[in-house]
Every structure is written in C-alpha cells, then in structure tokens.
Ligand binder design. Sequence first.
Ligand code: NAP
Length: 276
Amino acid sequence: MSRILITGGSSYLGQHLVPLAVAAGHTVYYTYHQNSPTLPGSGQQLDIRDETAVHNLIHSRQPEIILHLAGSNRGAAMAAVIRQGAGNLVWAARALNARLVHLSTDSIFAGNAAPYDETAVPTPVNAYGRAKADAEAIVQQHANSVIVRTSLIYSLEQMDHGTRWMAEALAKGDPITLFSNQMRNPVWVTSLCAAILELAESSFTGILNVAGQQVLSRADFALKLLDYWQIQPRHTLTIAPSDGRWPLNCELNLGLATAVLKTPLPGVDKVLAQAQ
Ligand SMILES: NC(=O)c1ccc[n+]([C@@H]2O[C@H](COP(=O)([O-])OP(=O)(O)OC[C@H]3O[C@@H](n4cnc5c(N)ncnc54)[C@H](OP(=O)(O)O)[C@@H]3O)[C@@H](O)[C@H]2O)c1
C-alpha cells in the first residue's frame, strides 16, 4: 500500500476517488482550496498556485504517488490553477521521484479529427483546452508520469456538474439547448477512479485515454441522466445542433486502455442497466 497525495479532493472526481483510495488500504492525503469536504483520509487546504505551499506539503507528506485532479474548467482563476498547479507539482514530484498521475481532458481537441488516440496532438480551441494542453506538456517533463485523458464524468449517487446545471435551469424555467452533434465518451466515475488507482500502482507511463466505451451525443447523454434523476418539467429544453463554437466530436479511441487496463470501462447504457 502507498502514501498517496490527491490534489482537488474536494472536486467532483475527488469526492469519489478519496474514499476509494482509502478503502483500498492506501494512506491518503488530499487537498482542497475553498470547499473543505467531509472525507476519510487527511485533508489540507492548498492553493496549488503557491509554489512554497506545494513544496512544504509535498516534503512534509512524502507521497510515493500524486494524483493531480485540481484544476477543472470552473472558477475565474482556472487557467492559472491548471498551468501553475501542474508546474509546481511536477517540480515537487521530480524532487521526490514520486509517481504522478495527471487528469486531462478531451477538451484539448478541436473536435474535427475524431476518434483521437494517444498520439493525437492537442488542438485546443478554448481557454480551458489551451491550459490543459499546456499542463500536459509540463507533466511530460516528469518521466514517471501518466496523463489520463478523460471525458464527461458522471455518477449514479451524486449528480454531476452538467446534470445539476440542467436541473437548476429547468426548475427555474430557463431555456436550455442540448447539442445533438457534440459527441463524447461519458465515463462512470467508479470505473474512472478504479482505472486511476490501477494506473497509480502500475508501471505504465505516458498518455492514456480513459473514458466510457459508448459514444453518445451530449443531448442523448443528458436525456439519459435527466431520466435517471427523474428531472421534470422539461418544457424549456430544446435539442439542436451546435453551431460549432465548441468542439463537436471528441471521441477518444480506447484501444490502448483496453489493452493496458484490467478495469472495465462500461458505457452509459451498461452502467444504467446495472443500476436497475
Ligand atoms: N468533470 C468532468 O466531466 C471532467 C471531464 C474531463 C476531465 N476532467 C478533469 O478531472 C479533474 C477533476 O474535475 P472535476 O470536474 O471533478 O473538478 P471540480 O469539481 O470542478 O473541482 C475543481 C477542483 O479544483 C480545486 N481548485 C480550484 N482552485 C484551486 C487552487 N487555486 N488550488 C488548489 N485547488 C484548486 C477545487 O477546490 P475547492 O472546490 O476546494 O475550491 C476542486 O477540488 C480536472 O483535472 C478536470 O480537468 C473533468
């Protein structure tokens, strides 16, 4: 069992990953920034942009493995958190020779050359994608690292960010449009967490696509989750093609993940069927 530091323990993904890592028998330290979560393991406030704070935390905890989740598409300081956070962590991980697993995203792609395998070069078209693409380049400077490129994360126990946003808008009667031509591989948080923990203890290095096996439009995915969470009414909901301002098809090729991982990566229909 290992000493594991998880940045962004308070994130949607972190709130699932921290308990699973503790249950697997690891000694788990996790960080939060503004929202202190109630989780097993040992939590600590951290602004990952603060180089000295990152250095002090890493040297006091001496993690063998760092799982870097902090830095999503949310928050005003998003790009700085992603870029500076990756830089500070890579520097600290190299000093300790700790293994680093970094969470990346299909949003690094323009969405016009799918499916994307691990050799695909980032072609970001928005600020989040550009910051995450830069973070990947920073992480690649550390040899003992894994970059996990993933897609829309959902759970059947805790509503994901996207479904929560839709539920709140629909409850207020605000109009929302679900895009019929944006393709993604939504990933069940339980299988993503299992894959991250498997990679944490494996010898794999480099980029790995880890997402669900089923490719769905954002509209089809959203409707399945609205049904699952029994969200009504829906009279302000429209389904239409996107004008292409956002990446259209970000399908990730899962051939390498299937070969490398023991963890299965079921698609949405299979996960929902298990829940019946
Ligand atoms: N959610 C998805 O569908 C999805 C898809 C693809 C990839 N990913 C990747 O998966 C990871 C987790 O995503 P998520 O959606 O679960 O994240 P999230 O819920 O939006 O949470 C963001 C996390 O970043 C932390 N954070 C923000 N500013 C920080 C700072 N200055 N210093 C340290 N930590 C800071 C937040 O801490 P506080 O809340 O405590 O302030 C929180 O733990 C990210 O790397 C994201 O890019 C997510």
